[in-house]
Design a protein around this ligand. Structure first.
Ligand code: UT7
Length: 318
């Protein structure tokens, strides 16, 4: 039996830091409102000319180094993003060229904040069926490019960053299960206006009915957590670490409560980088691994929820 195992993690945040106090000068908001309603304290924004691909390459090289895998040995790239450098070619192909691992499959997955969970699930299946030995899974965004900086309901939330994992074929279980979902009835609640086929006349910008998204996110994430445990015949107490999507500390707290987990067993990074969509789960995972909290052999539950709606989870023996 072949399994896929996470052999290395990496992440990258742009150098430019924008605090809540900085945003008070841009929109009608306060540090107090942002902290108490979202948990966000600061975020990182890409400088002019710095792209999603640039952030992804840095995160990918760090993950490769951690896994002790040469870039040229990667044989599969699944790249989760909603803010690609170009309409085409996809960011996976562009990253392949930068890393010099030409010829094997490379593509992007565009399922908003759940893009990394979808990319991880697809890559896991390719490794398990024997078609990939070493896959690179990316979540990277420059959401600052599709943020309406005059809209305080979204401008304080979204930001830029990248995370990556290397998945390798292994005899021992690594990724135990993945669970993906989508429900297109909710597309009006969270979307980016402006588009290709509908016309590029409008400047792309994130539109969100925050309160409604919040409620459904809590419900769906609670359900997918239950589904993940049931599929593996596990009790809630079996999970060592929850590595959640970093959108809002209150959503994270609700999911942790569902798992009966104290916040000390949850990797929380939303205060440092806001909502980085596809990048948020691998950013949190890498933070927990690098600061020594997440150890080899521990059981992790990863989850994310985003526009579409799309959502998903993964149970991982690290
Ligand atoms: O990652 C993809 C999934 N996305 C999410 O999971 C995001 C889900 N939603 C949320 O995280 C929260 O709903 C928000 C953080 C977006 C909003 O928090 P909320 O507690 O649901 O606030 P609200 O939308 O009910 O707004 C409460 C008040 C409103 O004023 P009134 O109508 O009560 O006078 C807003 O106009 O807060 C006001 N408000 C703000 N005030 C200061 C909204 N944004 C701001 C702001 N600064 N930035």
């Amino acid at each position: 039996m072949i399994y896929s195992r996470i052999s290395g993690t990496g992440s990258y945040l742009p150098e430019r830091v924008v605090t809540n106090a900085d945003l008070e000068k841009v929109v009608d908001t306060t540090d107090e409102w942002i902290r108490t309603r979202t948990g966000i304290e600061r975020r990182h924004l890409a400088r002019e000319g710095e792209t999603t691909l640039d952030l992804a390459e840095k995160a990918a090289r760090r993950a490769l180094e951690a896994a002790n895998v040469a870039p040229g040995d990667i044989d599969f790239i699944a790249f989760g993003t909603t803010t690609p450098d170009l309409i085409f070619p996809n960011c996976g192909v562009m990253l392949q060229e930068r890393l010099g691992c030409l010829g094997s499959p490379a593509f992007s997955v565009e399922t908003a904040c759940a893009s990394f969970m979808y990319a991880l699930s697809i890559a896991d299946k390719y490794v398990r069926c024997g078609e990939s030995k070493r896959a690179l899974v990316i979540g990277a965004e420059t959401l600052s490019r599709i943020t309406d900086w005059s809209d305080r309901t979204t401008a304080v939330l979204f930001a830029d960053g990248a995370g990556a994992v290397v998945l390798e074929a292994s005899d021992a279980p690594g990724i135990l299960s993945t669970h993906l979902h989508a429900d297109g009835r909710y597309q009006e609640m969270l979307y980016c206006k402006g588009g290709v086929s509908r016309g590029l006349a409008e400047k792309p910008a994130i539109v969100m009915a925050g309160k409604e998204v919040f409620k459904i996110a809590v419900t769906k994430l609670g359900a997918v957590v239950d589904e993940t445990l049931a599929a593996n015949g596990l009790e809630r107490s079996a999970i060592d670490w929850l590595v959640p999507h970093q959108a809002n500390i209150r959503i994270i707290q609700a999911t942790a409560a569902k798992l009966d987990m104290p916040l000390e067993k949850v990797i929380v990074t939303v205060q440092d980088h806001g909502n980085t969509s596809a990048a948020s789960v691998p950013l949190a995972l890498d933070a927990g691994v690098r600061d020594g909290r997440i150890k080899r052999g521990e059981l992790l539950l990863l989850e994310a929820f985003g526009g579409g709606f799309t959502w998903g989870s993964a149970l991982v023996r690290f």
